[in-house]
Ligand binder design. Structure first.
Ligand SMILES: [Zn+2]
Length: 129
């Protein structure tokens, strides 16, 4: 999770300036455009004040909480985002359930029809002698 974190959206979530300048963010600690996320390992470093760490460390320092609380905050942020991506209304849920029931009904019909004693392989074997 931390390797794939998008610092731009994280900055936005934290209420920080999410704009990038040649790939750098404005460092929340020193204000210089020197905060560089490294996508390959998920860490970031400020080349001005020297701050370095991962998303947990960043959230912890920005929110002045410990790493456990920062991690919990991150999980909450990103879970909420996932749920927000696929809102499901009661109507959608009932529609989905109706589709599932229709499918189950057609499966039952299929088996009742094609797998019944009369329509099964044994039936045709008997009929063809
Ligand atoms: Zn800095």
């Amino acid at each position: 999770m931390l390797e794939t974190i998008d610092y731009q959206s994280l900055f936005a979530e934290l209420g920080l300036d999410a704009a990038t300048h040649n790939g750098n963010h404005v460092c929340p600690f020193c204000g210089m455009k020197a905060f560089t996320p490294y996508r390959d390992n998920g860490v970031a470093r400020c080349h001005s004040c020297g701050w370095g760490g991962n998303a947990i460390n960043l959230v912890a320092k920005v929110k002045s909480v410990d790493n456990d609380e920062a991690f919990a905050a991150l999980v909450k942020m990103y879970n909420l985002k996932l749920i927000a991506l696929k809102p499901k209304t009661r109507k959608d849920a009932i529609g989905q359930l109706a589709n599932d029931l229709d499918f189950l009904a057609s499966v039952r019909l299929h088996f009742a029809f094609y797998k019944s004693e009369r329509m099964g392989a044994a039936h045709y074997q008997r009929r063809s002698g």
